[in-house]
Design a protein around this ligand. Structure first.
Ligand code: HEM
Length: 402
């Protein structure tokens, strides 16, 4: 089996080339640097990894470092479906509209501050703080602690595969912070004399947010333990910030790159929605996640050994010419790929991103406000990305808007 290195400078410098070449030449490849895992590319192979839970399990989580087996998000269906039901409706397309006003307020607040500057790093001024604040509100964490959230999420991006120890240290710090929030709600419930909370208490006895939902929804005749709460909140927090910022900035970059598109979306919110979706296909912020092979698996003419960690590539799937015409071109109006199949930037199946509708809402509102209020926006320098192998996230985007 071919050995490849996703962390090599040339692989990072041109990610589409790296993922596309693998799909064409060796759809199942082995990685040994800095750790050993298997890299799966191509739409059909990736769908198989995502949808076949018996062979590709999420029991140890979706990162390189195996996490506690079978806890919270680390489950396979059918058991997992019951867990997911706790927050599914709350995060639905209709449910997430409750955060539309917050998105508007945060976007306008940040642009009020940006206007006077005339220029700056728009990722730093907008792409990072917007999703950090919206995710905090959605979860029910203090909105103003953006600097702390940034420290965690940046460190997470940098440490993910290169330094699993560092990742675990950050996780401990996050858990201590989350615990304070859990205690706050427990006290509120206790002070109200409520021993067995229900969804009725969300927005009444405790705030209307995801942590409250997780704490007030009975699950298998009990409530989630502190451990389950910590892990679930971490999943939502880490999953929601940089990915959504990347979606906004990637979309913005592609629109600014083609002035006709930039002009077209100014008066057409529907086109903006299409641009957001095409950005998800073209430059998926989550390039891939891990699974564990439960048995020896034949795929792409190779054998993945039992127990191996397996990384699936959303980018290679979204650019698979078997499903998408002119896959390496960013263009509006494609809606779905050939055969009516859409991109898999949000994954597929049982673990399909529960934040997908929040991310779409946030990107749409916050880009609309940005385009309306800063119509002269332009990129003025090199756009730089984080070097994480499985996230495609802008780190710096110099721009001017005066
Ligand atoms: C553009 C933005 C986003 C992208 C591209 C994205 C991408 C993904 C992908 C590909 C997965 C599947 C992982 C897997 O199968 O192992 C996923 C899962 C997840 N995402 Fe997102 N996500 C985004 C935004 C969000 C937001 C805003 C939140 C929180 C509000 C969130 C929370 C989660 C969680 C908790 C999971 C784990 C689901 C599970 O394992 O069942 N994501 N995301």
């Amino acid at each position: 089996m071919k050995v490849v290195d996703p962390s090599a400078p040339e692989s990072i410098a041109d990610r589409p080339k790296f993922h596309n070449t693998l799909r064409k030449e060796c759809p199942v490849a082995k990685v040994t640097n800095p750790n050993e895992y298997y890299f799966v590319t191509g739409y059909d192979n990736v769908k198989e990894v995502l949808d076949n839970h018996e062979r590709f399990s999420k029991l140890y989580g979706s990162q390189y470092t195996p996490m506690e087996k079978g806890v919270a998000l680390n489950q396979d269906p059918p058991e997992f479906n019951e867990f997911r039901a706790i927050y599914n409706a709350y995060m639905s397309p209709r449910g997430v509209k409750r955060w539309a006003d917050d998105c508007n307020r945060i976007a306008n607040d940040l642009i009020d501050k940006m206007e006077a500057l005339g220029s700056g790093d728009i990722q730093d001024l907008y792409g990072k703080p917007v999703p950090a604040r919206v995710t905090a509100i959605a979860l029910g964490l203090p909105e103003e602690k953006v600097d702390l959230y940034r420290k965690w999420t940046d460190a997470f991006l940098n440490a993910m595969i290169r330094d699993p120890e560092e990742q675990l240290r950050i996780v401990d710090e996050m858990y201590a912070f989350f615990d304070i929030e859990f205690e706050k709600r427990r006290k509120q419930l206790k002070d109200a004399g409520i021993e067995n909370p229900s969804r009725e208490d969300v927005g009444r006895t405790v705030g209307d947010n995801l942590i409250s939902v997780l704490m007030c929804t009975p699950y298998r005749g009990r409530y989630l333990t502190n451990d389950e709460l910590r892990r679930t909140v971490r999943g939502f927090f880490v999953g929601g910030v940089d990915t959504t910022g990347a979606l906004m900035m990637n979309t913005l970059f592609r629109l600014l790159e083609q002035p006709d598109l930039w002009e077209a979306v100014k008066g057409a919110p529907d086109l903006l929605e299409e641009a957001i979706d095409e950005s998800l296909r073209f430059e998926p912020p989550a390039l891939g996640m891990f699974r564990g092979a439960t048995c020896p698996i034949e795929m792409g003419g190779e054998t993945i050994p039992e127990g191996a960690r397996v990384l699936f590539s959303t980018l290679s799937a979204n650019r698979d010419p078997a499903y998408f015409e002119e896959p390496d071109t960013f263009k509006l109006g494609r809606k779905v790929g050939k055969s009516g199949i859409g991109h898999i930037a949000f994954g597929s199946g049982a673990h399909f991103c529960p934040g997908a509708w929040t991310a779409r809402l946030e990107a749409k509102i916050c880009l609309e406000v940005l385009i309306r209020r800063l119509p002269k926006l332009r990129i003025t320098g090199d756009v730089k990305h984080f070097e994480a192998i499985n996230f495609w996230v802008i780190r710096e985007m110099p721009a001017a808007w005066d």
